[in-house]
Design a binder for this molecule. Sequence first.
Ligand SMILES: [Zn+2]
Length: 346
Amino acid sequence: MRSAFDLQLVNGPTGDPALFADVIGAGRAVLIDLGNLSSLSARKLLRVSDVLLSHAHLDHFADFERLLRVVLGRERVIRLTGPKGTLARVAARLASYEWNLAESFREAVTFEVLEVHEDGTRRRARLALKERFAPQEVEEFVATSDVVRAEPRLVIRAAVLDHGVPCLAFALEEPVHVQVFRNALEAMGLGTGPWLRRAKELLLEGAPDDTPLTAQWRDGTRILERTVFLGALREQALRLIPGQRVVYVTDCAWTKRNVEKILELAQDADTLVIEAAFSHADRAQARARRHLTAVEAGTIARLAGVRRMIPFHFSPRYEGRFEVLEAEARAAFEGTDGSLALPEPL
Ligand SMILES: [Zn+2]
């Protein structure tokens, strides 16, 4: 199946959390969590338009500066979304450096920080190198949905989970996708070309069927052109299909409220990247540290009906036997291991 996102778990399932999600065809990427980023090239870091921070424990936030150094002298806005307290933390990290040379940068980065609070409150501010990263335009408002970013090609949602501290889970969605049937186009006597992009845009905008389009394509050395109506394309050669959804869940306790929120975010998702920090045998420790066990992760993936589960954030205590976590999560996801009962909150 066609993918909307190219996913890279930067440090695999065992290292610091960081998920690089390239938005295919958009020339940009979303980076979820800022654990060790040393294996991400500058070229990849320069594609990051959105940073999503689950929470500010060290292993999720430590490499903020690595991103900062790469984007510092670039004229661009990076949106950084995190839980309550993120603005103060980002401002504090930036304030710990001298910026007396800020004015000498011809191009300079700006961070647009957005905080997502449990009660629906959102806080937003701009921190620009040219203003020595002093928070500007701080505003507070109340959100009416879980959407933190809405664009025609990308929607980002967030849910606030409990990890002892607020911790965000995220969904990346391609809202709808236009599928092109090339054979049908051919049968209509049309060739492919840049005009198709306009046709897709019109379809996504819900333009009326009698909207005319100039289809232009190259046939050898000749340029051919025809007028076609959107309705005919819709009936014969283009189809709207649901887009893909990737959900990222980490660092949260196995509580009824958390599980309900995750299921709402992850229902029928294409991919669920979910922490499986502990073996179920160590569930007492998992509970004390407010993490999920591998069985809990697999159970959530099964209940959500996701197509693919990627367990990660394995605790280093399982060094040399990480496959135990993978196997536990897999068995719970596939429902093949009946020996482990569903945990209580459900
Ligand atoms: Zn944590």
